[in-house]
Ligand binder design. Structure first.
Ligand code: ATP
Length: 138
């Protein structure tokens, strides 16, 4: 008998980034890691700036960088609504390295000016860049 699967949809304001079926999806929510298999109980959770891993075979996962957002699971469909998301193969490393450098410079500038709001924005930018670089490295 075929293995049961769930549908995964990753959607951003620019459109659908990923749409496939899988027997296991691992999401990093702000409350911790969640593994979702078919017939999991309904779930609504906020996502960390991290990756989503979609099992595609023995020891093989599709990896998607997610810059925060929400995931909702019901009726065997996992919908991820993210402000930005990229499949591992679509991540532009030099762009992420430049974004990391800009964010690090912005953190230094915000510290000097004691600008807390600018500091928080720069820290989030830095996390997005590091997340993309980490996913590409794996
Ligand atoms: P940048 O300063 O390089 O734009 P950012 O973190 O501010 O980085 P976002 O606002 O998160 O960028 O994303 C804007 C758009 O650019 C989104 O569509 C996102 O998927 C895409 N994007 C951002 N960085 C990368 C990257 N390194 N590789 C591929 N796509 C990226």
């Amino acid at each position: 008998m075929a293995e049961p699967v769930l549908t995964v949809n990753v959607v951003t304001p620019d459109g659908t980034v990923y749409n496939d079926q899988s027997a296991l999806v691992i999401c990093k929510t702000t409350g911790g890691e969640v593994g979702i298999m078919p017939n999991h109980i309904p779930l609504l959770a906020s996502l960390a700036i991290d990756e989503i891993r979609v099992k595609k075979g023995e020891d093989r996962f599709d990896e998607i960088a997610v810059s925060g957002g929400f995931c909702e699971f019901s009726e065997n469909t996992l919908t991820v609504l993210a402000s930005a998301a990229e499949r591992k193969e679509d991540i532009d490393v030099s762009r992420a390295e430049q974004a990391k450098k800009r964010a690090e410079e912005a953190i230094v500038a915000a510290k000097q000016k004691h600008d807390d709001a600018a500091m928080r924005r720069a820290e989030v930018s830095l996390r997005r860049a590091i997340n993309r670089l980490n996913i590409k490295k794996n």
